[in-house]
Design a protein around this ligand. Structure first.
Ligand code: BGC
Length: 765
């Protein structure tokens, strides 16, 4: 039997048996009020104190039973309605009963990367605003878009009475075929870290908690619960951990979610190195660490390594932080002071996010879905990348006969699958159940109700715009030939819990595109994908848009871009390789092992017998574009690449020192006829050599003919090397070569920056 940590259908009964017997009577009786509660009340309610001081005061007022209540969360779909469980439970991802006498809020957790997810349809018809995929947001290179998306999702969460969003996915994309590539922010630590931080800050501006996840090196989905990610710690600090470090500095998430996988032989949720040395020691992180769902494997080791809260506990083999933790405390295997630390961390997150002082409503509030859809549309419009344009876009308003082909473009746009999946406003025009596989229990192939066909018709009312589904290639080619222009909508679906096996568009869409392009030279391909795809037909088509999974108003966003109502400005946050063979790993590792024992591989600690297997991240810190550069490979489209309907020019590139560190400045001019935005990027090569890495970027919107002067801070930690011995960063003395361009490898200007040797603190500020 296939099992999945979130595979409700298949593990429901077994897990329910565990859950029912283990459900404690959390909400039955309130313990007697200790005297300390009264004494300290004024202290933890004092908003002038910092979060940790307030948490410490509140902790002192808690009983042992109350403390134990905060280090575990239930998986509501399994516990809802069970004896002893609170009745106000929302059956989403997680639930921690609060402590009313002390004002500790009940935590209601929902998934959130792309909007408020509702993978378990708790209330029939309950919908939320679907943002475009995080990869689309990353393509905007715009922290303001990331912040707005987070703010919107956080507001919706609060209005739905959730107060913890399992957001902030910042794992670096190391493989172009990753199942969750669409949920992450691409392959560069500076870009991903900044945008994740902005999105987290947006979520938490609603005084609710956001996570940053999945800590760390959760880079493939195949066997994600037994994959042992191997990477030298220094390289890890300089890549994936740098992304987390920046995201935490910018976003200040109240919680960190540790990952399913192992990191250098230890489960991420019981890695002392990660959870204590790096997070607490190096970065001085004060919030709480929650596990991923089904990622806990022990009581003593996990608690002593730095895990504060066991999430969705029924999904683990044992309720490790329930009775076993009590027993470990009684035996002194976990000292009482460690429980205090765990609880203080949880409380610190609750105070720091503002949740304690701004409790979430207990009943659902009204949501302005139109305003929220505007947020999603703007994110899509900024994130869509124009990859090729042989002069046929924007579509001429004079086009009379247009045919749309395939991709269900008559009714909607594709969504990615898994826990991040939003049941979007307007319903699901197409839903294709999975036929099996690790994601089958909780993912569906669905389309959001945002029809490119209708959007185009609304913008071109006098044109004849038709749709053919593309299942018959010859018929599609004939329709294309009879039209002035063909728009082929190509789709590639990805989901959490599975990787895709190659980068080809599935179901021979390549054949369809080739045949259509053969019949109609004015063929535009709109790719809705969760990451890179191969384009064997690229030379034959007139234009290509990477629309990612464009979300709630994806159809409108695509139509606006096609018609030039919005000038495309997205830039690739991820390299599109020319073939799978160019990537560090042409295919997922461990497929055979997973096939042989997939129960173990995707059922977390509750799973089968399979042993872990090693995924060797041989590229080290040279992730993504740095790998391709190091290998001397020319990808199909490089990181950072993206076209516009106008042209930009750069001038006056200079480097100088500010009080906060080096800054670059430049002038950007819109040399064309239409308004548009561009993304200047600055890459650095260190004195010791190595691959160039992104250290600064900006995004600027310009009217035709307009010039703006930009000053961009250089991310100093990206210029430094992690020092394992002293646990800090060193800037080597020497000349740093900074190049300005609009994509990796592009050098429109360069400058030398001389730096003296310096030490940087372990934590990015
Ligand atoms: C995912 C997390 C998610 C959690 C709760 C896990 O399967 O890896 O990203 O937050 O489920 O739904």
């Amino acid at each position: 039997m296939r099992l999945s940590a979130m595979n409700f259908a298949s593990i429901g009964l077994a897990a329910l048996a565990v859950a029912t017997s283990a459900v404690p009577a959390v909400a039955k009786t309130l313990p007697a009020k200790p005297a300390a509660a009264t004494r300290n009340a004024a202290i933890w309610q004092d908003r002038k104190l910092d979060a940790q001081a307030r948490a410490t005061a509140l902790l002192a007022a808690m009983t042992r039973a109350e403390k134990l209540q905060l280090v575990r969360t239930y998986f509501p779909p399994f516990t809802m309605g069970k004896p002893g469980m609170p009745t106000d439970m929302i059956p989403s991802a997680g639930y921690m009963p609060g402590i009313p006498r002390l004002g500790v809020p009940t935590l209601r957790e929902s998934d959130a990367s792309l909007g408020v997810a509702n993978q378990v349809e708790q209330r029939k018809g309950d919908t939320a605003t679907a943002l475009p995929s995080s990869l689309a947001t990353a393509a905007s290179f715009d922290p303001a878009v990331a912040y707005e998306g987070g703010r919107m999702a956080g507001a919706e969460a609060r209005a739905k009475t959730f107060n913890v969003l399992l957001a902030g996915g910042v794992n670096l994309t190391r493989d172009p075929w990753g199942g969750r590539d669409f949920e992450y922010l691409g392959e560069d630590p500076v870009l991903a870290g900044n945008l994740a931080g902005a999105s987290i800050a947006g979520v938490q501006s609603n005084h609710i908690i956001s996570t940053v996840k999945h800590f760390a090196l959760n880079a493939q989905e195949t066997g994600r619960m037994i994959a042992d990610s191997h990477l030298d710690w220094t390289a890890l600090h300089e890549s994936d951990l740098l992304a987390f470090n920046i995201a935490i500095a910018r976003g200040k998430p109240a919680s960190v979610m540790c990952a399913y996988n192992l990191v250098n032989t230890e489960h991420a949720c019981e890695s002392h190195e990660l959870l204590t040395k790096v997070l607490r020691g190096d970065w001085h992180y004060q919030g709480f660490v929650m596990s991923d769902w089904g990622a806990v494997h022990s009581t003593v080791k996990a608690a002593m390594s730095g895990l504060d809260q066991q999430s969705g506990e029924e999904l683990d083999k044992e309720i490790y932080f329930g009775e076993p933790l009590k027993a470990a405390l009684a035996k002194g295997e976990v000292p009482a002071s460690q429980l205090d630390t765990m609880v203080r961390n949880v409380l610190t997150g609750i105070f720091a996010s503002g949740l304690y002082d701004n409790p979430t409503p207990v009943t659902a509030q009204a949501i302005d879905y139109n305003a929220h859809a505007d947020v999603a549309q703007k994110a899509a419009e900024e994130g869509i990348v124009l990859l090729k344009n042989a002069g046929i876009l924007p579509l001429a308003a004079s086009a009379k006969k247009i045919v749309l082909i395939g991709g269900h473009a008559d009714v909607g746009v594709l969504s990615g699958g898994g826990s991040s999946q939003v049941r979007s406003v307007g319903g699901v025009p197409i839903e294709i159940p999975l036929k099996g596989g690790p994601a089958a229990g909780f993912a569906r192939t669905t389309w959001h109700n945002s029809s490119p066909l209708q959007a185009l018709r609304a913008l071109l009312p006098s044109a004849q715009i038709t749709y053919v589904d593309g299942s018959d290639k010859a018929a599609a080619a004939q329709a294309a030939q009879q039209a002035d222009l063909a728009l082929v909508f190509a789709t590639q679906w990805r989901t959490e819990a599975e990787d895709i096996l190659d980068l080809k568009l599935p179901n021979d869409q390549d054949g369809l595109i080739a045949q259509v392009a053969g019949a109609q030279p004015k063929t535009v391909v709109v790719v809705e994908s969760g990451g890179p795809v191969l384009m064997p037909w690229l030379d034959k088509v007139g234009a290509v848009l990477a629309a990612w999974y464009p979300g709630q108003r994806g159809g409108e966003a695509i139509a606006n871009i096609l018609l030039g109502k919005v000038n495309p400005s997205g830039h690739l946050p991820i390299t599109f390789p020319a073939s799978e063979a160019q990537a560090p790993r042409p295919a997922p590792i461990g497929l055979e092992i997973v096939k042989a024992d997939d129960a173990a591989s995707n059922a977390g600690s509750a799973g089968g017998q399979a042993k872990s297997f090693v995924v060797d991240y041989r590229e080290g810190a040279d992730v993504g574009y740095r790998w391709y550069a190091k290998q001397g490979l020319k990808p199909l489209f490089p990181f950072g690449y993206g076209l516009s309907y106008t042209q930009f020019g750069f001038g006056g590139f200079a480097v100088s020192q500010s009080a906060k560190g080096p800054v670059v400045s430049l002038d950007v001019t819109n040399k064309g006829q239409v308004a548009g935005a561009t993304v200047p990027q600055v890459y650095a090569t260190l004195p010791g050599g190595g691959t160039a890495r992104l250290v600064a970027y900006g995004r600027v919107q310009l009217a035709p003919g307009e010039t703006r002067h930009l000053t961009l801070p250089v991310e100093l930690h990206a210029l430094a090397h992690w020092q394992a011995g002293t646990r800090n960063w060193r800037i080597e003395a020497g000349d740093y070569r900074l190049t300005l361009g609009t994509q990796a490898g592009d050098e429109q200007a360069s400058q030398s920056l001389h730096l003296a040797q310096a030490t940087l603190p372990a934590a990015v500020r």
